[in-house]
Ligand binder design. Structure first.
Ligand code: ATP
Ligand code: MG
Length: 413
C-alpha cells in the first residue's frame, strides 16, 4: 500500500517539505528512514499529529546533522542513545537509530543494541503504534505494517505484540488505557486478559514512570475517562489504595476544565485526584511518585485548606477576612477546593480571592510613607498592613484616601 498521496494531504506544507528533504538526504547517505508510530496511526484516523517520529536504519545522528546544516533547525543529539531532535519554530522532529531491546527482568530498563526497523517495531507497545511509512526514494510512501496495525485500527482494537509485553513494562497498562479511552477502542480479548493478569506488575515500575504516565493522561482532552477505567481495572488501587476514579472525580475534572481561568490543568487534576487522601496517604503518594516540590506543596495545601473550608462558609465574611484565611495557600490548591466544595458561599469566596483579592496592592509604598513622616521599621509595617486591609475592604479607594488614613494613624502608633 502506498501512502504518498495521503502524506501530501495530511502534512502541512512546511512539514511536507521537511520530510522530502530528509528523504533526499537519507538517500544521499545510503540510509533508510521511516515515519513511525503516532503520526502514522493518526494519519489513518484523520487526527492531527505533527510530532514527527522517524526511525533510521543506520545512523540517525549523522542524518540529523546533515539536515540541520541546510536548515535553520536547532539540533540536539544523544550520541549514546543514537537519537537526535530537530527543533523548528512550530514543531519538532525526533530521529532515532533503529534499535533492538532486551529486558533482563520485568520493569527493568531494557538493554539496547542497533537493529532493523522490524526490531525497532517489535519493542513497541501496541500494534496501532507499530506502523511505519518508508521515506526512501525508491519506495517513498510504502506502508510497513508487520503487526497488522492497520487491521486493528479498522477493528478499533488495542493489541500487545507478545504475551510478555505487560510484564516487561507495566507502564503499557496505563498507556493502553489512555489510547483505549482517547480513541474509544477496546482491548483485544487476549490483551485484556493479560492486562488483568499483570496488574501486580505495576509494583515493578518506578514511581517516576507511573507519574509520567499520569501526566500524559492528564494531557488528554477528558482524562476522567481513563481514570475511571483504571479504577475499574484495579490499576489505581494498585498504585495507591486511596486513589479513586469514581463519578465524583469525573464531575470535578469536568468542572475544572470549565473554569474561566483554570490553573495549570494537570496540577489541578493531581490535586483533585488526591482530595480524599489522609495526611499519611498523601505523604506516601508524594514520595512514591516523586512528585516535584511545587506540585507537592499544592497537593498538601489542598488538603490543609479542605479542613479550613467551614471558616469560609459564612456569607458575612469581609474581603480582608477572606484574604487572611487564604493568602498562604498555593492558587492551584484554592482552585481545587473551589471545585471540590459543594457550598456556593465557599466557591464565591475562593473565586473572589483568586480573581481579585490576591492582586490588591496599596497605592502608597514605603518611600511615600517615609515622606509623610512615617519611619521605616515595625511602624511602617503596621501602617502598610492597615492600608492594605482598608483597601481590601474598600474603605479606602484613592491615593488621597490612603494618605489621609496613613496620617491619621501615624500619631497613634
Ligand atoms: P501519542 O503521542 O499520541 O500518545 P505516540 O505514538 O507519539 O502517541 P509517544 O509516547 O510519543 O506516543 O511514543 C512514541 C512511540 O514510542 C509510540 O508510538 C510507542 O510505540 C513507543 N513507546 C512509547 N512508550 C513505550 C513503552 N513503554 N513501551 C513500548 N513502546 C513505547
Ligand atoms: Mg508522540
Amino acid at each position: 500500500m502506498n501512502l504518498a498521496r495521503q502524506i501530501e494531504q495530511y502534512l502541512t506544507q512546511p512539514l511536507l517539505e521537511l520530510v522530502k528533504d530528509i528523504s533526499r538526504q537519507a538517500s544521499n547517505q545510503g540510509q533508510r528512514v521511516y515515519l513511525v508510530g503516532g503520526v502514522v496511526r493518526d494519519l489513518f484516523l484523520g487526527y492531527p499529529n505533527f510530532d514527527l517520529d522517524l526511525v533510521v536504519e543506520g545512523d540517525a545522528v549523522k542524518l540529523a546533522q546533515q539536515v540541520a546544516e541546510t536548515s535553520q533547525a536547532k539540533l540536539l543529539t544523544h550520541r549514546r542513545f543514537g537519537t537526535a531532535k530537530l527543533r523548528y519554530e512550530n514543531f519538532t522532529v525526533d530521529l532515532a537509530t533503529a534499535r533492538k531491546e532486551t529486558y533482563a527482568r520485568p520493569g527493568a530498563l531494557p538493554a539496547v543494541t542497533p537493529g532493523t526497523l522490524k526490531d525497532d517495531l517489535i519493542r513497541r507497545d501496541f500494534s496501532i503504534n507499530t506502523m511505519a511509512i518508508s521515506l526512501a526514494s525508491n519506495d517513498y510512501g510504502e506502508l510497513v505494517d508487520p503487526y497488522q496495525g492497520k487491521g486493528d485500527l479498522e477493528h478499533r482494537l488495542i493489541r500487545i505484540l507478545h504475551p510478555k509485553s505487560f510484564s516487561d513494562d507495566a507502564t503499557r497498562i496505563l498507556r493502553g488505557v489512555r489510547y483505549e479511552q482517547r480513541f474509544g477502542f477496546e482491548f483485544e480479548a487476549q490483551t485484556a486478559q493479560l492486562l488483568k493478569r499483570n496488574i501486580s506488575m505495576l509494583d515493578t515500575i518506578s514511581g517516576d514512570r507511573i507519574r509520567h504516565e499520569l501526566e500524559l493522561i492528564f494531557k488528554e482532552k477528558q482524562p476522567e475517562f481513563a481514570i475511571k477505567r483504571l479504577a475499574e481495572l484495579g490499576v489505581l488501587p494498585r498504585i495507591n489504595p486511596f486513589l479513586k476514579g469514581d463519578g465524583w472525580i469525573a464531575e470535578k475534572f469536568d468542572k475544572a476544565r470549565r473554569l474561566k481561568k483554570p490553573a495549570q490543568l494537570p496540577s489541578l487534576y493531581f490535586c483533585l485526584l488526591s482530595y480524599s487522601f489522609s495526611d499519611r496517604g498523601i505523604e506516601q503518594f508524594l514520595a512514591h511518585l516523586n512528585i516535584p516540590a511545587k506540585l507537592s506543596r499544592a497537593m498538601r495545601d489542598t488538603l490543609r485548606l479542605k479542613t479550613k473550608l467551614p471558616l469560609l462558609d459564612k456569607p458575612s465574611l469581609k474581603p480582608s477576612e477572606i484574604y487572611y484565611l487564604l493568602w498562604e495557600y498555593e492558587p492551584v490548591a484554592i482552585q481545587a477546593n473551589a471545585i471540590a466544595s459543594e457550598s456556593p458561599t465557599v466557591y464565591r469566596h475562593l473565586q473572589l480571592f483568586l480573581t481579585k483579592l490576591r492582586y490588591v496592592r496599596t497605592s502608597l509604598d514605603g518611600e511615600e510613607l517615609k515622606r509623610l513622616g512615617i519611619s521605616a521599621g515595625p511602624e511602617m509595617g503596621k501602617v502598610l498592613q492597615i492600608l492594605h486591609k482598608a483597601k481590601l475592604d474598600e474603605e479606602v479607594r484613592t491615593r488621597a484616601d490612603e494618605k489621609k488614613l496613613a496620617l491619621s494613624l501615624s500619631p497613634k502608633l
